[in-house]
Design a protein around this ligand. Structure first.
Ligand code: IPM
Ligand code: MG
Length: 368
């Protein structure tokens, strides 16, 4: 029987809608080849949510997401909304509540640089000659992002005081570690857990729980630990020393951006945020989004790199629909297209470049 994939598309702002359209075309074609059909509906999120509904995450959007198995997300934000107070900014006001609503506790950010594109990396040529292949596993619903108390108050002397609280409980550390173990056992079997256990209580607990969890679930994993300041430094010195980087929310936010930039172009990087809930397929409900952002400077021109959005769709097929072969087909088609020399502006290095559509077509034609 033909499988129907039910997900919402939340294209968002800037280049989001353009690249989303291309990703959907790729999914449709792939469905013909791999015997699935897609059933999807479009909803506002981010700046366009604010404009049309007065909210970055409109209730109608949230409700639609509750009816499906996954969310294919574009990107949100832009100059038009930049002057809103921080709490109302599209990025924060859309992403944080959606993560909380679906308990999207695990953020997987693959750091991939194809050898063909190694010149794009700001790192030394000999460091990245063979490309980069690491995976950052970031805890996404705990830590200082959500811990209480979180407030700003005015003291008796008129001075202001602001508080954020970093909190972790054992179960939160366990579930993200279990996921990192699974991911590592499909890769090189190595986890480097990043913390600040020389200073932070949460990190001392983090380290203890990670050690126990690996011991319990897969003692064959090669587990190492690194303080976050050192990890930030090691990542630029030799990114390929890492197979899976496992870390808490804020450290992961910072390290995953660092990993992204050393991989050369944000236009190539996808990410997956997996939830605690199982979807109707018995697999994790998830949100899949490109790492790159809305690129307002090139929005509407048809020149954005669609690869990150297409690769995000591949992650959705893999994690939320269990379609490993179809996911690999997309990843190979993207790789082949890059190998063929085709480039969008962001990765052309001043050479000849093509528009989003042509890039998308080339990927489409390489699907098997
Ligand atoms: C990310 C972003 C978000 C985060 C912001 C927009 C709230 O930087 O997804 O990494 O800090 O998690
Ligand atoms: Mg970030």
């Amino acid at each position: 029987m033909m499988k129907t994939l039910r997900f919402t598309t939340l294209p968002g702002d800037g280049i989001g809608p353009e690249v989303m359209e291309i990703a959907l075309t790729v999914l449709q074609k792939l469905g013909n080849l791999h015997d699935f059909s897609i059933e999807t509906s479009n909803h506002d999120v981010g700046g366009i949510g604010i404009d049309n509904h007065g909210k970055a995450l409109p209730d109608s959007t949230l409700n639609a997401c509750k009816e499906v198995d996954a969310i294919l997300f574009g990107s949100v934000g832009g100059p038009k909304w930049e002057n809103l107070p921080p709490k109302e900014q599209p990025e924060r006001a859309a992403l944080l509540p959606i993560r909380k609503a679906f308990e999207l506790f695990a953020n997987l950010r693959p750091g991939n640089l194809y050898p063909e594109l190694s010149d794009l990396s700001p790192l030394r040529a000999d460091t990245v000659a063979n490309g980069i292949d690491t995976l950052c596993v970031r805890e996404l619903t705990g830590g200082i992002y959500f811990g209480q108390p979180k407030e700003t108050k005015t003291l008796d002397n008129g001075e202001k005081l602001a508080i954020d609280t970093m909190v972790y409980r054992t179960s939160e550390i366990e579930r993200i570690t279990e996921l990192a173990i699974k991911a590592a056992s499909l890769r090189d079997g190595r986890i480097c857990s990043v913390d600040k256990a020389n200073v932070l209580e949460t990190s001392v607990l983090w380290r203890e729980v990670v050690v126990n969890c690996v011991q319990k679930h897969n003692p064959d994993i090669e587990l190492t630990h690194m303080y976050v300041d050192n990890a930030a430094m090691q990542l630029v010195r030799d990114p390929n020393q890492f197979d899976v980087l496992l870390t808490e929310n804020m450290f992961g936010d910072i390290l995953s951006d660092e990993l992204a930039v050393i991989c050369g172009s944000l236009g190539m990087l996808a990410s997956a945020s997996l939830g605690t809930q199982k979807n109707s397929q018995g697999l994790p409900f998830g949100l899949y989004e490109p790492a790159g952002g809305t690129a307002p400077d090139i929005a509407g021109q048809g020149v954005a790199n669609p690869c990150a959005q297409i690769l995000s769709a591949a992650l959705m097929l893999r994690y939320s629909f269990g379609l490993e072969e179809a996911a690999t087909a997309i990843e190979n088609a993207v790789k082949e297209t890059i190998r063929s020399g085709l480039r969008t502006g962001d990765i052309a290095q001043g050479g000849k470049s093509v528009g989003s559509e042509e890039m998308g077509k080339s990927i489409l034609n390489r699907l098997q």
